[in-house]
Design a protein around this ligand. Structure first.
Ligand code: MSP
Length: 505
């Protein structure tokens, strides 16, 4: 398989169910994709960032009934809530797909018609145990005390005539794909989990329903609608032109990076690549799998009691949007992570108030007092120049690995070392002159680089810092790696102290 062009970065969140409102677990996924998309835009890559809502299926139909709405009304209202939350969190998606849009119906019908024409879909009878919350069938063995292992609620017994996808036929092609693409699914533990599912043996899967009508009709047999998951997965293809504009589709596919939670590994890392192969398309380039955010050891969820305490809006009101984003991104990608308000505030104070904010404010204060508010230029042989080089390499590696926590940790090294450099040189005690100018110029240059490197995580604060150190006259669009090269702070610019960027909490 030829590798995708290096300058194309198509990144997707899962599409969220519209049975209830967005919570911080969803924000974790979406902000991770947003920051990665912003980083790739800084690199000058061609970026397409997709998010959206998953609007069919029994779960949404039941939520609509409970709310006295039609499913479409339920979807219209809740998809707006998701859009509002992403607007609030400064999410820069290029497209928001809703699975009830006509473009998606066309694409799903074409995609699955193709699989049908290839002989990989047949009619059969399905009997099984079904969890409405997961929208998935379970085997008896999967249940915990007779309940769904994820939602811990009773499952329903269903029997119906379904169309089946010949997943079993794709066992070997999937093994071959995993072997040829050892980095496609990451981190490694999650890749092993996906391989384990394939090793357990793959049975054909039921992909249609006659018992509900809230779905995309099966084009060759309109008594059936596609089961929600098989329409949902295809959203990633729809959004880049599948079924409508083949050359656009080929521009982005398979350069796609799916970011998903660990509960949907089976669908994304087994069923989806197999469906793509069956439709004659390439499997995805990469699938990054993250753990859950937990509150008091339990998965944060819409149905759980903990939703209201941790709505993204409440958190943003408390500490600001950038601080919420930063906190989510500092959670290592892969394992589960505990989320608490106390943890958010502690990290805010440590990383943002005491480190980042403090550096910005002490530099502006000394420039104000000793240089009449005019920032000097950096020294070309500054000891911070080497640090900045290393920091850029490590930050870039962190983003390339989709490890925002590692990337930010690397960027913060420049902040810490610049703070230490100031403490060692004590410019606040020095007399005005070339030595003082060099120290302050170095610190301003470090701040300039930080304002670029940290901007995927903290877009507003970095813009504000850029403005305060007098750089508004420079193009706002910076390009990496050039923008990270040492020595570009021009000097002679007005530096403004302003209010603290991150007041202590
Ligand atoms: N609609 C499907 C996805 C279809 S993609 C073709 C779905 N929706 S969901 O709204 O239930 O979940 C969407 C994503 O949110 C999943 O990746 C899930 O792992 C993630 N999260 C939900 N709760 C979470 C946490 N508490 N923590 C982290 N992520 C969590 O599944």
């Amino acid at each position: 398989m030829p590798p995708p062009a290096p300058d194309r970065f198509y990144v997707t969140t899962p599409i969220y169910y519209v049975n209830d409102v967005p919570h911080i677990g969803h924000a974790y996924n979406t902000v991770t994709c947003d920051a990665a998309a912003r980083w790739h835009r800084l690199l000058g890559d061609d970026v397409w960032f997709l998010t959206g809502t998953d609007e069919h299926g029994l779960k949404v139909q039941r939520a609509a009934e409970a709310n006295g709405r039609t499913p479409k009304e339920q979807a219209d209202i809740t998809s707006e809530r998701f859009k509002d939350t992403w607007r609030l969190l400064n999410v820069s998606h290029d497209d928001f797909i809703r699975t009830t849009e006509p473009r998606h119906y066309t694409s799903v019908q074409q995609f699955l018609q193709r699989v049908h024409d290839n002989g990989d879909i047949y009619l059969g009878t399905y009997e099984g145990l079904y969890c409405v919350s997961c929208e998935a069938y379970y085997n008896e063995d999967d249940l915990v005390d007779g309940n769904c292992p994820i939602h811990k609620r009773p499952v329903d017994f269903l029997s119906e005539e379904n169309y089946f996808f010949r997943l079993s036929k794709y066992t070997q092609p999937l093994f071959d794909w995993y072997e040829a693409n050892p980095e496609a699914v990451f981190p490694e533990g999650k890749r092993n989990e996906a391989l384990g599912l394939i090793r357990q043996g793959l049975q054909d899967i039921s992909i249609s329903r006659t018992s509900i009508t809230w779905g995309v009709p099966v084009p060759w047999d309109e008594k059936h609608v596609f089961y929600v998951w098989y329409d949902a997965l295809i959203n990633y293809a729809t959004a880049v032109g599948y079924g409508d504009d083949r050359s656009r589709f080929e521009q982005w596919w398979p350069a796609v990076h799916h970011v998903i939670g660990k509960d949907i590994i089976r669908f994304h890392c087994v069923y989806w690549p197999a469906m793509l192969l069956a439709a004659g398309e390439e499997p995805p380039h990469r699938i990054g799998v993250h753990g859950f955010l937990l509150a008091g050891g339990e998965k944060i969820s819409k149905s759980g009691l903990n939703t209201t305490q941790i709505s993204p809006q409440d958190l943003a009101d408390e500490v600001g949007v950038d601080a919420v984003r930063h906190h989510l991104l500092r959670n290592p990608f892969g394992p589960d992570g505990e989320f608490s308000f106390e943890g958010l505030v502690a990290r805010y104070n440590a990383d943002l108030a005491n480190n980042f904010g403090n550096l910005a404010s002490r530099v502006a204060t000394v420039v104000g007092k000793k240089c009449g508010g005019v920032g000097p230029a950096p020294a070309s042989d500054s000891p911070l120049a080497d640090v900045a080089r290393q920091v850029y390499d490590d930050t870039a590696q962190g983003w390339a690995d989709l490890q925002p926590a590692a990337a930010l940790d690397a960027t913060w090294r420049l902040i810490r070392e610049t703070n230490s450099y100031l403490e060692a040189n004590e410019p606040w005690k020095a007399e005005p002159g070339p030595a003082l100018d060099a120290v302050l110029g170095d610190a301003l240059e470090a701040l300039r680089i930080v304002a670029v490197l940290a901007s995927p995580a903290l877009p507003d604060a970095c813009d504000e810092l850029w403005r305060r150190i007098g750089l508004s006259g420079l193009p706002a669009e910076q390009r990496l790696p050039d923008a990270a090269a040492w020595g570009q702070y021009p000097g002679g610019l007005a530096v403004e102290k302003g209010e603290p960027l991150f007041p202590r909490k």
